[in-house]
Design a protein around this ligand. Structure first.
Ligand code: NI
Length: 260
């Protein structure tokens, strides 16, 4: 029923009970989970998890926080990983000027480089944008949305959402849509066409209301679907069906053949 288009099952927060988390997601009606690597080490782990679980796919790429760790062999290693059938996207990549864990100039260079790696691989991109809206849009415009993609955990305004949609991107809505006072995000959901929206948890982060305060997990994507449905004036089933179809189209899932 649902697709969690962005989670981090490979993170150590799930080392203790990863299998139970994946089972709970299935029980909650989550058909597929895309687990998104952020470092080379976590990308390897994400692909391993996806290979073991038919309901899990992986994305590989280096997060802007970790962009300073990119070395001479990193892209070759990512390209090798991306050859696995379980890998359906490149990311998450982008700009984070909120935390600046990597200096901004290095983030910019690595973002542009990784957009080209994704183009070479023919994979859609998963874009992280925090406090970097204008530059993110300018970079994606220059790239001309070559392989398409999604702006994950969208935090811009409705005008930015429409610009990204015109560039061929999907907009992914995460747990903050369920928080009080998220008027700007509610307006994004109201204005963006349902056929361009995805839903995600970004687990273990950004737990939706009323679970906020504990670790997030893919089963809770149902709470985000419920809020999106309310804002769109449709049933939760319709919101689930539409956002799942969008995720299937973007990521090309399910894949017919899985490496075992
Ligand atoms: Ni993430």
């Amino acid at each position: 029923m649902f697709i969690d288009s962005h989670a981090h099952l490979e993170m150590r927060e799930f080392d203790r009970d990863r299998e139970e988390v994946i089972l709970r997601a299935a029980a909650a009606g989550v058909d597929y989970i895309v687990t998104v690597g952020t470092t080379l080490r976590d990308c390897r782990k994400a692909v391993e998890i996806a290979r073991r679980h038919p309901a899990v796919y992986a994305a590989v790429g280096i997060h802007p926080h970790d962009a300073k760790e990119i070395g001479p062999n990193t892209y070759d290693a990512l390209k090798t990983l991306a050859g696995d059938d379980a890998v359906v996207a490149y990311g998450e990549i982008g700009l984070d000027f909120f935390r600046n864990l990597t200096p901004p100039d290095i983030q910019r260079r690595r973002f542009a480089e990784q957009l080209e790696v994704a183009t070479d691989l023919g994979l859609p991109v998963i874009v992280h944008d925090r406090e970097a809206h204008e530059e993110t849009v300018a970079t994606l415009k220059a790239w001309r949305g070559k392989t398409g993609g999604v702006i994950h955990c969208f935090s811009g305004d409705a005008a930015m959402a429409m610009t990204c949609i015109e560039l061929g991107f999907y907009i992914s809505i995460a747990g903050p849509v369920t928080y009080a006072g998220s008027e700007r995000l509610w307006e994004v959901v109201r204005q963006a066409p349902l056929e361009r929206l995805l839903i995600e948890t970004d687990a273990p982060y950004l737990t939706p209301h009323p679970r906020r305060g504990r670790r997030n997990e893919p089963a809770y994507v149902a709470l985000t679907a419920q809020k999106v449905a309310e804002l769109k004036g449709v049933s939760r089933e319709e919101a689930a069906r539409e956002t799942s179809r969008n995720a299937r189209n973007l990521f090309g899932i399910p894949r017919k053949a899985r490496t075992s």
